[in-house]
Design a binder for this molecule. Structure first.
Ligand code: F6R
Length: 250
């Protein structure tokens, strides 16, 4: 595992964008696994600047997003499809037909999960999977629980996730209670995993994920078993890891 410690959010975003653009330059038709949330916004902004400058192209890139709220249409300003369009896809030269997000409105959510799993499999899984990290250690919407779920599935969001995401909605009552999420199997099948974390409120989750026991009670801890795992964090997010003596670059 390689860990990059960056000074702040901006430097973290730049480093993550650097690693993603290297993948796109090396393999122009790569499959990128993408995340939403506040952490990757700076990464998408930096990639957009370099793409618009003509440094590389997303024309042949395919993307698979981790998750979507159940019940939100793609036009809802808190849906993850909307997030991806407005924070990234609308500003780069990607073919939107090659971008995939689970359908939160599917009449049969379980069938949609099975379809999505098959889609990701048929694309050959992600060459690079970008992840954020929940304060409770979740990745995608794989919440802390008793056992890992391999496949894409419908999940009940924990109160901690509802509270954390309430900042994006008018009130906590408006946060959907369920989501469709890629399972741990798809995430671990990615050839490279790039997890980004920023801020002191992620320090415990980062420490538990990478220094604690491997357990579904901290879903991200399974990433310790991935053979090409890159963690990029700012000083605040990595503070407990560094205090524990874990070696970092930068
Ligand atoms: C989003 C996702 C989530 C977030 C996590 C961190 O697609 O899968 O796991 O990455 O909740 O969110 P932020 O970045 O808002 O702290």
């Amino acid at each position: 595992m390689r860990i990059y410690q960056e000074a702040d959010y901006e430097a973290m975003s730049r480093r993550a964008a650097n690693l993603i653009s290297a993948e796109v330059i090396r393999r122009p038709d790569c499959v990128l696994g993408l995340a939403t949330g506040s952490t990757p916004i700076g990464t998408y902004k930096q990639l957009t600047v370099w793409n618009q400058r003509g440094d590389f192209s997303f024309k042949e890139v395919r993307t698979v997003n981790l998750d979507e709220y159940k019940g939100l249409p793609p036009t809802h300003d808190q849906s993850y499809r909307y997030f991806m369009q407005t924070n990234f896809f609308d500003h780069i030269d990607i073919d939107v037909a090659n971008t995939y997000v689970p359908d939160g409105l599917a009449a049969d959510p379980d069938a949609e999960c099975a379809r999505y799993d098959e889609l990701v499999r048929s694309l050959g899984y992600a060459d690079l999977q970008l992840l954020g990290l929940g304060r409770n250690g979740h990745i995608g919407f794989n919440e802390p629980c008793g056992s890992y779920v391999k496949e894409t599935h419908v999940v009940d969001l924990t109160q901690s996730t509802i509270d954390a995401n309430a900042r994006f909605f008018a009130s906590a009552d408006d946060v959907p209670r369920q989501a469709l999420t890629m399972g741990i199997g798809c995430i671990m099948a990615a050839r490279r995993v790039l997890l980004i974390a920023s801020g002191a409120d992620k320090a415990d989750a980062v420490y538990n994920a990478f220094c604690g026991p491997i357990t579904p009670a901290c879903p991200a801890s399974i990433l310790q078993l991935h053979n090409d795992m890159v963690l990029v964090g700012d000083k605040a997010a990595l503070s407990k890891l560094v205090a524990a003596g874990v070696a970092v670059c930068g």
